[in-house]
Design a protein around this ligand. Sequence first.
Ligand code: ADP
Length: 165
Amino acid sequence: MKAVYAGSFSPPTKGHLDIIRRASAMFDEVVVAVLSQEAKQYRFSPEERRQMLIEITRAFPNVRVISDTGLLVDVVRRERADVILRGLRNSSDLLFEMQMAEANRQIGGIETVFISCLPEYSMISSTIVRDCAAHGAPIGAMVPQEIVGKIYAAYGVAPCAERKG
Ligand code: ADP
């Protein structure tokens, strides 16, 4: 079975990576789709986000990273995938994710599979990573080590020392 794990990934986090790692053990193939809405401005370009995901998913041979725009159901069709995969952090994610899943089932006949995130990653969001990085605050607990430097570089700030604990 082939799954499309879709998101903005601006930037990818340890929470995203954990979902990818667990999905790669469940599905024959996982396509990570960096989606961008035409009207929205992102701090990281689609190609920057795709490259960061490629870098952190090297260990998983059945994971491929693409970048696309438009409707998720069209991406899933183009990829000839079977299901949409999304991560769930908490009950705030749940309502929105259920609405999206229902819409995608109605307009595309495509089911959504959810993986609940590990408790240690449930408070991580790309928005918080961006806020911290913009001010040089530590982000090493939230994003994979390989991309920490790239994230700070995008803000042109000198990172402060990572705090322990
Ligand atoms: P979107 O803008 O589409 O919500 P995100 O990049 O924020 O894109 O998230 C992509 C997917 O990953 C969503 O299903 C989201 O719930 C999930 N996700 C986001 N942060 C985490 C996290 N810390 N742990 C697990 N899943 C997460």
